[in-house]
Design a protein around this ligand. Structure first.
Ligand SMILES: C[S@@+](CC[C@H](N)C(=O)[O-])C[C@H]1O[C@@H](n2cnc3c(N)ncnc32)[C@H](O)[C@@H]1O
Length: 194
């Protein structure tokens, strides 16, 4: 995790006043109700204003954030006991876990950077660059998710020699990664996922 831009406790105290939530929070609450979400992950939950609003008796809500200051504030707020708070980024979540709904709201996604295995000059993409990359990738694969296209092709990356993968990822690593994803997908389809 990189340096925390939200480490100033005095500013964090003001965050909810500046970002009180409105139609966006109402939308996520309605979505959670509509799909009857029993479990929700809020990645980059910050002060947890929305996270706490999503919590309910029949629902497990997990708030994840790498900022200690944001998370400490969230933990002090009324209703925080109904949420499971995790300090960290997405890598702190169980890899074999699942949720009915995962959200990442209010610019939190713009912090998901750098991409360590991208070339130095492009390692810190803007949100705009990431979105363009994803749109272009999806179009190039005729709408296939990467994992399906890679499975069909038996290859990854843009072209030979440009794998777009971490340098230390050898064939065995990716076979292991594929097996892990395959196992997760099978456990979801058979209803045994935890
Ligand atoms: C603009 S705040 C949004 C907070 C909250 N989601 C909201 O709607 O108010 C961005 C949050 O993203 C968190 N963040 C930063 N880097 C992150 C990462 N790599 N993964 C997840 N969250 C991250 C920050 O600590 C901060 O709390």
């Amino acid at each position: 995790m990189t340096d925390d831009p939200y480490r100033d406790a005095a500013l964090v105290e003001l965050y909810d006043l500046d970002n009180p939530g409105g139609g966006d929070h109402a939308y996520y609450r309605a979505l959670a109700d509509e799909i009857d979400a029993g479990s929700i992950i809020d990645l980059g939950c910050g002060t947890g204003l929305l996270t706490r609003a999503l919590a309910g008796e029949r629902r497990t809500v997990i708030g994840v954030d790498p900022s200690r200051t944001m998370l400490d504030y969230a933990r002090r707020q009324p209703g925080s006991g109904s949420v499971i708070w995790i300090h960290g980024d997405a890598s702190a979540l169980r890899h074999d876990g699942n949720a009915d709904l995962a959200i990442c709201t209010d610019n939190a996604i713009m912090h998901v950077s750098p991409v360590p295995w991208w070339p130095q000059e492009r390692r810190n993409p803007t949100l705009h660059a990431v979105l363009v990359h994803e749109i272009q990738e999806t179009a190039r694969h005729a709408g296939h998710a990467d994992i399906i296209r890679e499975y069909i092709d038996g290859a990854v990356g843009l072209r030979e020699g440009v794998s777009n993968l971490p340098a230390d990822a050898d064939a065995a690593t990716w076979e292991e990664h594929y097996a892990k994803l395959d196992q997760i997908a099978r456990s979801v389809s058979s209803g045994t996922a935890s």
